[in-house]
Design a protein around this ligand. Sequence first.
Ligand code: 13P
Length: 264
Amino acid sequence: MSSELRKPIISGNWKMNHNHYEAIQCVQKLAYILTKEDYAEVDVTIHPPFTDLRSVQTMIDADELKFILGAQHCHEADSGAFTGEVSAAFLAKLNVSYVIVGHSERREIFGETNEAVNAKIVAIQKHKMTPIVCVGETLAEREAGKTHEKVLGQVRSALEKRSVEQIKSLVVAYEPIWAIGTGKTATADDAQRMISSIREEVAKISSANAAESIRLQYGGSVKASNIGEIMSQPDIDGVLVGGASLDAAEFGRICQYRLRPLNP
Ligand code: 13P
């Protein structure tokens, strides 16, 4: 369970799923399931594809829904000749509050480097949004005993040029790549160990204050049936959910984890 200082954050990364009609249906169902008390206890962020953002934002505004709108990616420049890209500046105009950056699918499939991830974090914070910075190791790296080196290296690079105040407001999601969409999860103990190492690293490169405030998520095959155990870990402040966030009923149960501790 997250410290008193840090409000839990449950994020649904829809990846390239749900067109804007499906997005509206999914958000309507979720709005029906979640209550005032849920939002008081947990920040719920939803990250639909770019083409859905305007529809979901309009719904959130019109119905005064308490979801927090998120995006999955952005370009670091405010505008320019970058065919196919969407800037952090444009997302901010759409009332997007959280932007996932450096997801392993962006790093592995689209070749995003640590430097590009850092530049995007700078742009996202410049536009007063919160980055959700993803880090994680491949199975080969894990088997070679390189998990800490890889993950902590990604964290160090992501936090370059960031002040204590900027680091305090960040979210970092530890998503072991071998656990994404595979049905395999790191054991809660394993996830806790890695996430507490990330917190120690933040203390080392920034300050104890930043380490105490930064929110750290786990991601990789999170479901209603394992959320209780994951959220019971002292350093885990939330989860980044892929597949299970596409179904409003399942995602609703994940967001309401505290109502069924360790017992889905
Ligand atoms: P799954 O929950 O489908 O494993 O995806 C995790 C993820 O990549 C979230 O960003």
